[in-house]
Ligand binder design. Sequence first.
Ligand SMILES: Nc1ncnc2c1ncn2[C@@H]1O[C@H](COP(=O)(O)OP(=O)(O)OP(=O)(O)O)[C@@H](O)[C@H]1O
Length: 237
Amino acid sequence: MLKIEKLVKAYGDKLVLHGIDLEIKPGEIYGFIGKNGAGKTTTIKCVMGLLDYDQGNIFINGMDTKKDPLACKQISAYIPDNPRLYEFLTGAEYINFVADIYGVSEEDRMDRTLRLAKVFDLTGDLGSKISSYSHGMKQKLAIIAALVHDPKLLILDEPFVGLDPTATHFLKELFQEMVANGAAIFFSTHVLEVAQNLCHKIAIIKDGKIVKEGVTKDVIQDSSLENIFLELMGYDH
Ligand SMILES: Nc1ncnc2c1ncn2[C@@H]1O[C@H](COP(=O)(O)OP(=O)(O)OP(=O)(O)O)[C@@H](O)[C@H]1O
């Protein structure tokens, strides 16, 4: 569903990604782990076409993201760590705006919105202006809007930060339901317990290079993700 080949990216003369290779298949929840500044957001933004890159190829469902950007966007969704929403709209207006962009039918958008708003306990707030929402409510709205076109590839930057425990629980359940239906999910996180328990596969990035990658239980073996991570970062523990 997502294939990244030898991705190289520099900001000016600062080389940040040194040839990233990753493959995420349908049905997989894939965790992306690394220290602050390792290159996670840069990788994700290159995938989503928000940043240009210097070398390499990115394919979504077999389509080159540079050659077929619209077709790639049509089947994918991205939720940044700090989603910027149109604060002057109500939650419902925002979801409709996004649904219009993706050409989602009235029936589908209604079904999905009602179901997801119920899951995230946001139904009673959809008529209120986004400017009145808390940080977590904005995050929930961003998730609902991102899922309104039923994406096959969902990419999230730090999705669990700022969500309450109930919303965190339901988001994990939603991930599992989506991949059971053939979607693929790729997300960055600093919460290693979540990655260890939720992700089928994990990639650890250090200084713009993937230093460990594979099926979570093979990466961890009889240790913990935290221990493996600390070892790879060069810390004694
Ligand atoms: N717009 C930019 N201009 C110049 N350098 C940048 C820019 N954005 C990011 N960088 C640099 O690129 C490197 C990777 O940053 P990136 O945001 O991808 O890291 P990250 O792994 O997502 O970090 P975090 O966990 O803190 O979110 C860092 O050294 C950062 O300083």
